[in-house]
Design a protein around this ligand. Structure first.
Ligand SMILES: Cc1cc2nc3c(=O)[nH]c(=O)nc-3n(C[C@H](O)[C@H](O)[C@H](O)COP(=O)(O)OP(=O)(O)OC[C@H]3O[C@@H](n4cnc5c(N)ncnc54)[C@H](O)[C@@H]3O)c2cc1C
Length: 337
């Protein structure tokens, strides 16, 4: 979305194809009740993001003025063998000076951030790109659209294609189009994350709002309802570690949800039974060996890629990579902007 915005701002006609029902990617919100104000949901992917570079901070502050993001004052700690220490936000490898250490979240849910970035853009949701072909008329995409029954269609006439999807998915799409880029993407491996969404009837009284957990299959627990603009209640998001998630890769969802809840209840010392319990598996969660570059340009075709498998596994780096790719293409095409 960052790339599409940079291009659109320079007057380029851009179409974004998104396979899911909504935008947000790995920074989404799972809504469980949209009838209330604010709606009830869980941030089941990205938990919070930093804005440590000037470019990204400027964008985040603009979205804050529109009310779609806000700083989260939640107390984040390290929890190791029951011992709590404060967690300091460290500077990401953005190559820019640190200008802010706030923890930012979308309002009323994480998905609001990307939704705001998408405003004014031509975004085709429920549109999964299955194939790419380049010919004299430019690019043609095979796109699977809608919910079941799914239909397949071909959309043609694009001068350039940007892939902003996880490495594993990019390598499949690029296999027959640009084998060299496909091989580069295939070298990047993502971890798996199992996530549990927990709703409790009563407050837990836990002394922290989120914790990086060191001594358990849990990597992270967060009181989602402590974020700004959220519906009242006691809702927690629990991320398992990559190792535990890999071992349980193919375990049934309900079983994983219960196992993670038991570990969570033990970690925060609650005897409550969950009011709401669900699990989500992130198959391509975080790239383990990102390339450390903003973006990748094809050597032979009008084709490029951005995303966290190129830059670094966090929202700010993914944004910056996309934004800089958009700016690079605008400069390459000698457009004002
Ligand atoms: C569990 C979890 C926790 C995280 N926590 C944090 C955190 O606290 N802070 C932080 O900064 N970062 C966090 N991250 C990382 C952050 O979410 C990612 O780095 C960032 O969202 C990557 O953005 P992206 O645009 O590269 O990819 P994505 O967000 O994955 O976006 C790619 C989009 O492409 C779509 N897509 C894929 N294939 C196709 C196709 N063939 N056709 C059409 N559409 C397609 C997908 O549906 C998706 O919407 C977390 C990630 C996970 C999974």
């Amino acid at each position: 979305m960052a790339c599409a915005r940079a291009l659109a701002q320079a007057g380029v006609a851009v179409t974004v194809f998104e396979k899911s029902r909504g935008t947000g990617g790995r920074a989404p919100t799972r809504w469980v009740d949209r009838e209330t104000t604010p709606p009830v949901g869980f941030d089941h992917g990205t938990q919070y993001f930093t804005a440590q570079s000037y470019d990204f901070l400027a964008q985040v502050l603009a979205v804050e003025r529109a009310g779609a993001v806000a700083p989260w004052a939640g107390r984040v700690v390290n929890l190791s063998y029951g011992v709590i220490t404060e967690h300091e936000i460290t500077e990401h490898e953005t190559g820019e000076p640190a200008v802010a250490a706030s923890k930012w979240v979308g309002v009323p849910g994480m998905a609001s951030f990307c939704k705001h970035l998408a405003l004014g853009l031509d975004v085709q949701v429920q549109s999964r790109v299955l194939g790419l072909a380049h010919g004299p008329q430019g690019w043609a995409l095979d796109v699977q659209v809608g919910q079941a029954p799914l239909a397949e269609t071909s959309v043609a006439g694009f001068t350039h294609v940007v892939l902003a999807i996880p490495a594993e998915q990019a390598s499949v799409l690029l296999k027959h189009t640009d084998p060299e880029m496909a091989a580069t993407a295939a070298n990047v491996v993502s971890g798996i994350t199992w996530t549990a969404l927990v709703g409790l009837a009563k407050k837990t009284g836990t002394a922290f709002d989120a914790a990086f957990v060191a001594d358990s299959p849990l990597g992270w627990v967060a009181r989602d309802s402590s974020k700004p603009g959220r519906a009242p209640g006691e809702r927690w998001v629990v991320h398992a570690t990559a190792d535990w998630s890999k071992i349980h890769e193919n375990s049934p969802k309900d079983q994983v949800a219960q196992q993670l809840f038991d570990l969570f209840a033990n970690a925060i010392h609650t005897v409550q039974k969950p009011d709401f319990l669900s699990a989500h598996r992130w198959l391509y969660s975080l790239p383990r060996n990102p390339l450390g570059v903003d973006f990748l340009l094809s050597k032979s075709l009008p084709l490029s890629a951005c995303g966290d498998w190129l830059s670094a596994p966090n929202l700010e780096s993914a944004y910056l990579g996309g934004h800089r790719l958009g700016k690079h293409l605008v400069a390459q095409w000698c457009l004002p902007g």
